[in-house]
Design a binder for this molecule. Structure first.
Ligand code: XIL
Length: 298
């Protein structure tokens, strides 16, 4: 097939992009989006600060724009992200203890209910594990409400939208390492105790190299009985960019439960990684060698 989405669909997968509501008026942007991608993720529009700017008052205008853009194009929509230590509204940052726990679970319930039946997969919890060698949880206001905050969030999300796949999503999990093993142990525990979890997202914000255990890491999670998805892919431009994009694509295709890949933006100029030129299209919307490498690998 001649587009990323159609090529991925040949093996039952999707190829998606993170998109921004504020860019949907850009005709080059929407042309590429509508032609190439069959999944969308809101880059910021469904985060806590965007959807509940003051406690108990929910605003879905921009999230709905992303949703409708995706649905009208026949795309899947990945919801991102119900709970995260970053991009919290100020009122939530000021809470702690049971007040924060209750507010967080209410947030999960309300947002997942608003989008009920429309979301392919939700990043229920984002970036809850620490970097480095500990393999433990990241310290955050949410973590300080008790170690069970993650399972409470997943149970609330399942109750609100039983059709959505529920994912845990994180970065620096691009190989078998202490952080990814900590997450692996949590997923194994959740599966053994019946805590609802369906998928693990590997953000994959990569530099100029890739861990040799990238595919083996995806596989060990899939073997736990969850889907795996590459959720925020971008790769620093350097001599190897196209090769690394190809390696990541092939790794997903080699793991039957790897259901799709999302790149974190469309053109280099849309990227949050200023100066890295980490995406598949240049600032003018032209296909880069990395694009061709992905299309050939799919
Ligand atoms: C980033 C967005 O791309 C930026 O626009 C925003 O200013 C900060 O967040 N991990 C995630 C994403 O899960 O939500 C982040 O997105 C990038 C890192």
């Amino acid at each position: 097939a001649s587009t990323l989405g159609a090529s991925a669909a040949q093996t039952g997968r999707y190829y998606g992009a993170a998109i921004a509501a504020g860019r949907l008026g850009d005709s080059t942007y929407t042309r590429i989006l509508n032609t190439e991608f069959n999944s969308v993720t809101p880059e910021n529009e469904m985060k806590w600060d965007a959807t509940e700017p003051s406690q108990g008052r929910f605003t879905y205008t921009n999230g709905d724009r992303i949703l409708n853009q995706g649905l009208s194009n026949g795309s899947k929509v990945r919801g991102h992200a119900l709970l995260w230590h970053a991009q919290q509204p100020g009122w939530a940052q000021a809470l702690s203890g049971s007040a924060l726990r209750n507010a967080a679970i209410n947030h999960v319930t309300q947002v997942a209910t608003h989008y009920k039946g429309k979301i392919y997969a939700w990043d229920v919890v984002n970036e809850a594990f620490a970097d480095g060698g500990s393999g433990g949880r990241r310290d955050s206001n949410l973590q300080r409400t008790g170690n069970d905050w993650i399972e409470a969030a997943f149970r609330a999300a399942r109750a609100a939208d039983p059709a959505a796949k529920l994912c845990y999503n994180d970065y620096n999990t691009d190989g078998i390492n202490a952080k990814s093993t900590g997450i692996f142990n949590m997923v194994r525990d959740f599966k053994s105790r019946g805590v609802p979890i369906d998928c693990v997202g590997f953000q994959s914000h990569l530099g100029t190299g890739i861990d040799s255990t990238y595919q083996a890491n995806l596989k060990r999670f899939a073997d736990l009985g969850v889907d795996v998805q590459i959720t925020e892919l971008d790769i620093e431009q350097g001599g190897n960019q196209a090769n690394i994009y190809s390696t990541v694509t092939k790794a997903c295709l080699a793991v039957s439960r790897c259901t799709g890949i999302t790149v974190w933006g469309i053109r280099d100029t849309d990227s949050w990684r200023t100066g890295a030129n980490p995406l598949l299209f240049d600032g003018s919307g032209n296909k880069k060698p990395a694009y061709t490498a992905v299309l050939n690998a799919l």
